[in-house]
Design a protein around this ligand. Structure first.
Ligand code: GAP
Length: 516
């Protein structure tokens, strides 16, 4: 675990050092849980968004896109339930004046007990070697059993308090389990209060009677309220989907783990409208399709898993998360929910406008059911960075840091390197750049030794480098060097465009999903 934390720290500093992600407002000491994407980060992020957008709108002829505004009528958030229920339970420590999420403090206590069990198991595994039987040890070791019983008891009480929205008991659990503030080390806690996660601002001048509006906490509501607009103007027939990519804002209290939990982030959401009664079949289809989309990137199938929800929100009749193995454990990257007709019905009620669909095949009108796929761009970015970051020891003892990014997503596809900065080699290299820059993102680099230049490109995940040498001036060939294998091959300059276009093509990535 400590080793994994170490990898995570290195990843965060790598993101900064190589122009992927910077802390926001850094020269003013930063702004909590807000980040900026740098010159390489923005390219990777744009490629992720294109991969998602094309997979939705090109591979599915019945999915179309929209781009709705961040500001929406405030009643929308009443109808969606966000005004009343989009809350986190908060508690303050009176000595440190630090604020925490009460549920997170309790979850961390459970994790501590789990750690104790894991340490016992690790110790025993070392002691008994091959003869170690973990199942038997868990069932018989008194310390493990004692801690497991504590976890079960705490878990049951915690789940009940959350279910009953019993804030007093959440506080009592914190007191009973002697949970201390990590900063002051004391148990001097305030009451637990609900805290709404939406950012609010005002629209219009105060003299005119300003209206309180929210920065949207999800993009999905922009799709729901445009359901009829898209359906009618596009003559869409059910089943069909509406996709959207855009910013969302949440005033997260425990905002940690870099870009995993941010206050300003981006979502890629798709609402798929279906006939009532067919939603669970569509839920199963989208669940499978979305995992294929992730796996086509070849970061390792074992790094993904589903987490089916046992406890469902009142409006959902099925829900699952796609989790990725981050350096800090398996974490949700995407949620897939069967949301029934909750949102459209609620908007019908609050707006007073009929939101029905007339189904010509069934000759009846109904409120469609919805299957939603919702993924955070930033979490996807983090999963790709974490899955691609490698430190390799080379022959001779040197190490190289390489980002083995999927070639179609890499910020730079090809680096063009003249062997030396003279004798017409830079001119030849720039000539290649001039031809290929229309096909994909190329970078020219003539500074330092070729070895150092390769390392710089490895660190930003450039899948191909070509070196222009003296022979190139006569034979019109260059040496192409492959990032992952470091193998080199001599190829004609005239063929470079085709060779690389094929390897970095988004089209081939999409074909892989369609054929899998
Ligand atoms: N419309 C459904 C919805 O918004 P969600 O589970 O709250 O569901 C969906 O969010 C996805 O958005 C998550 O799986 C995650 O990838 C991303 N996400 C949510 N909160 C986030 C945050 N604070 N920072 C970064 N990404 C976030």
């Amino acid at each position: 675990m400590a080793q994994q934390e170490d990898v995570f720290k290195k990843l965060v500093s790598h993101c900064k050092e190589y122009g992927f992600v910077f802390p926001s407002s850094e020269i003013y000491d930063g702004l909590g849980a807000v980040y900026d994407y740098g010159q390489n980060g923005v390219e990777l992020k744009n490629n992720i968004k294109k991969y998602w957008w094309d997979s939705m709108t090109l591979l599915n002829e019945n999915v179309v896109g929209i781009d709705s505004a961040i500001f929406m009528h405030p009643t929308i958030w009443k109808a969606s339930g966000h005004v009343d229920a989009f809350n986190d339970p908060l508690i303050d420590n009176k000595d440190s004046k630090k604020r925490y999420r009460a549920d997170v403090l309790i979850e961390e206590q459970i994790a501590k007990l789990e750690d104790k069990i894991n340490k016992e198991i690790e110790k025993a595994a070392k002691r008994f070697g091959d003869a170690f039987d973990e199942k038997q040890f868990r069932e018989t070791n008194s310390r493990v059993l004692e801690n497991q019983a504590k976890i079960n008891e705490l878990h049951a009480r915690f789940a009940k308090a959350l279910n009953d929205n019993d804030l007093a008991d959440l506080r009592q659990i914190i007191l009973d389990y002697e949970i201390v503030c990590p900063v002051s080390g004391t148990r001097n806690w305030t009451d637990v209060r609900q805290f709404n996660l939406m950012f609010a601002t005002e629209m219009g001048s105060t003299a005119d009677g300003a209206m309180k509006v929210y920065l949207r906490p999800e993009t999905a509501q922009g799709i729901f309220v445009n359901f009829l607009n898209v359906q009618k103007s596009g003559r869409m027939k059910i089943p069909f989907g509406i996709a959207q990519i855009g910013k969302a804002f949440r005033n997260e209290i425990v905002a940690r783990q870099f870009i995993f939990r941010m206050r300003e982030f981006e979502q890629m959401e798709m609402q798929f409208f279906v006939r009532p009664g067919e939603e669970l079949d569509w839920f199963a289809k989208w669940k499978e399709m979305r995992l294929k989309w992730h796996k086509a990137l070849e970061l390792g199938d074992a790094k993904y898993r589903y987490h089916d929800h046992e406890k469902l929100a009142h409006y959902a009749n099925a829900a699952t998360d796609i989790e990725f193995e981050m350096p800090f454990g398996f974490k949700e990257v995407e949620g897939i929910h069967s949301r029934t007709d909750f949102d459209l019905s609620s908007h019908e009620k609050f707006s007073g406008k009929k939101i029905h669909y007339f189904d010509p095949e069934q000759n009846q009108s109904y409120i469609p059911y919805v299957v939603e796929t919702s993924i955070g761009v930033d979490r996807m970015f983090l999963s790709i960075m974490a899955g691609s970051y490698c430190e390799e020891t080379l022959e001779g003892g040197d190490t190289r840091v390489v980002l083995k990014l999927p070639a179609a997503l890499a910020p730079v596809k090809l680096a063009i390197l003249p062997l030396v900065k003279k004798d017409g080699l830079p001119e030849k290299a720039l000539e290649i750049m001039e031809t290929l820059k229309f096909n994909f993102n190329c970078r020219y680099d003539e500074k330092d030794t070729v070895g150092k230049r390769y390392r710089r490109q490895d660190a930003i995940g450039t899948p191909y480098c070509v070196t222009v040498d003296y022979d190139s001036l006569n034979d019109n060939c260059v040496t192409i060097r492959y990032r992952d294998t470091m193998e080199q091959e001599r190829v004609p300059i005239a063929e470079l465009g085709n060779i690389i276009s094929d390897k970095v093509s988004m089209k081939n990535l999409l074909k892989k999903i369609a054929e899998s």
